[in-house]
Design a protein around this ligand. Sequence first.
Ligand code: FUL
Length: 682
Amino acid sequence: MRPFFLLFFLPVLAFAQTTPPAPVYPIPEPRQLAWQELQYYGFVHFNMNTFSDREWGLGDDQPSQFAPTALDARQWARVAKEAGMKGLIITAKHHDGFVLWPSAYTEHSVKNSPWRDGKGDLIREFVDACREYGLKVGIYYSPWDRNHPDYGKPEYITYMRNQLTELLTNYGELFEVWFDGANGGSGWYGGANEERVVDKLTYYNWPSMHSLVRELQPGAMLFSDAGPDVRWVGNEHGFAYPTTWSNLMRDSVYAGMPEYSDKWAMGQANGTHWVPAEADVSIRPGWYYHAYEDHKLKTLPELLEIYYQSIGQNSSLLINFPIDTRGLIPDSDVQAILELAAKVKEDFAVNLATGAKVSASASRGAGYAASQVLDGDYKSFWSSAGGERSASVELDFGQPKSFNRILIQEYVNLGQRVSAFTVEKEVEGKWLPLAQGTTIGYTRILRVPETQAQKIRINFLEAKGEPLIAELGVYAAPALVFPPKITRSSAGLVSITAADPGLEIYYTVDGSLPLAGKNRYDKPFLLERPATVQAIVVDAKTGKSSATSRQELDLVKGNWKVLSTDPKAQAAIDELPHTYWTSPTNAMELDLGEKVSLQGLRYLPMQARYPSGFIADYVLEGSLDGSTWILLSKGEFANIQNNPIEQVIRFAPQVLRYVRLKAGRTVDGNAATFGELGTITR
Ligand code: FUL
C-alpha cells in the first residue's frame, strides 16, 4: 500500500501551489523595500557652521570663512564603510544657506571660498568617495534658508527647486533626500535681519517638491517628519519605541508640526501609509563639530544602547559624524564608531538557532513552512494558516543552549501585522515566560536575561492578519566589559554602576588598584571623607576585566550652602553634573558648614548642550567668618571654551569656612554659570 500511496501523491504535493497570504495594507513600495535592507547609514554635518562654531548659523557668514585645511571625503567614506554603514548623507545646504557645490543660483557657496581656490565641489568629492567605497549617497537639503533674501516669498520656492534640480541631476543615483522639519524664524535674509514665519504646511508646496524628486530620482527615499517615504523618529537620541509601527496616518502629519513627537512619531497600527521610522543621532551632543564637545563623545555603552533601541525596534539608524575644521572625522570618533561595529559583530557572531528543529502550531502549507524562519533568506517566510492570527513557532535546539538575545523579523512586504507576542522557554517540561512585546516589524531584537534552555516558543498573540515571520535568530552576546561609573550623592552615598547587568564590580577607596575577586561591590555605600575611589568590572564567565575607573572624592556636600536667595543656586553643589546655576552677580559664595583646611577648589563648567557663562578669568577668595576675605588665587581657565572639563585651582593650605569664586570675565560675556563646585583638602 505505502509505495502506491507515495507514487500517487508525491507529484501532487511537489507541484501544489498554496495561495500566498493576502497583503495587509499599507505595504511598502519597492523603493522602501530596497531601503529597509540598509538599516544602518551615516550622516556628515559639515558646512559653514563648522567654521562659525554654531549649530544653526544666522545666514550672515562670509564664504571666505569656509576653509578646511585637510579635507578628505574619502576618509569619511572609509570610516563609514569599516563601521558597517551602507550609505552616507551630507548636509548640502543647512539652515544658514551656504551650499557645498558651485550652484549657478547663488554666490553663497564654495565657489567663493578659499577651499580649493574656489574651484571645489564638495558634493562631487563626497559622491565620488562614496561610490569608491560602495556606499549609497544621500543629500540633506534644508528648506529653511536664513541667508536668502527671498526666503518666505514665492521666489524662494523657485530657487529651492532650481538647486534641488542641480543636486538631483548632476551626481548620479541618490538613495535618500532629507528635508529638515526645522524651518522658519529669525535670520539674516540678505541683510533684512528679521523674523520670517512661513506656513510649514503650504509654503513649500510639498506635493510639487516631492514630484520633482520622484521625477529626477525615482529610487530615492523622501525623508521628513511626515515622510512620504521615511519618517523622523521624533527625537534626536536615536531611540525608536518598544511599539513602533511602520504604518503612519500620513495625511494628518506635516514636517515641523509641533505635536509630532508625542503623537505621531511611533506610527499607528491603523496608519494609512507605509512610512517607516529613521532614528537620527549624533555621535556627539552637537550635529556640527565644536572643540568644546571633545569630552562628550558618546561612549560604547551609549552607542550600543542606540543600536538596540533603533535597529532593534523597527527603525533604521542614522549616526552623524560632526566633521572637524580640518575636514576630517576626528580620530576619537573614528575609534568610537569602530568599537561599536566590533561589539555588534561580537553580539551577533553566531546564530544559535541554526540547525534547530522548527515547528509551528499552524502553517499555511507548502512554501510557507516554519523551517523557513531559519533559512537565512528574508524573502522566504513562515505563514500561519489562513485566518489564524494567533499561532506559535517553537525552536528545539536539540540540547540546552545559553543565550541572551532573540531577533525576530516579520516579512513586512505584505504589511506589518503583529501587535502582541510573548516568548517562553521550556524548563523541565514546563513553559515559562521569558519576554513579551508588542510590535515586531522589519527587525525586533529582544535583550533577555542570560537563559539556558533547549526549547523556546514565540507566541504571536495578536496580529492584523496571519503572522508572517521571515527570520529568527538566537544569540549569546558577551557582556559589555566597560569601566564602571562612580558617583557620590551629596549625602555621601557612593554608587558604582556597570554598563551591563550581571557583571561583577570590584573597588578600592585607599588609592590601591582594584583587583578581581577582592572587595566586591554589591550596593551603594557611605563614604563621607575625602578618598580616591577606583573600580573595575569583571566578567566572571570569561575572566575579562575592564580598565580602571577613578574618581577623586573630597568633602561631602550635604551641609554646604550656596549663599544666595535664588533657590536654584543649590544646583551648583548637588553632585549632578548636568544641572547648573546662573549667578546674577557673576560670583558664587559657599558656606562649607564648618572650618576645614583647604588646598584647592574644583569648578565644573555647565555641561548643558548650549554653553553659556563659562568663567574665563577668576578670582578665588576665602573667609573664616564670612566677613573678612583673603585672596586665595587669581587667574585664567585657559582653553575652557574649547574644553569645558573640570578646572582645578590649587593654593597653599588655609583653614576656611567660606569660599567665593568670582568671574572677572566669562567666555561669552554672559552671566557666570556654575555646573558644580568641589573642594580639595588633600
Ligand atoms: C535638525 C536640524 O535643525 C539640525 O541642525 C540637524 O541638521 C538635524 C539632523 O536636524 O532638525
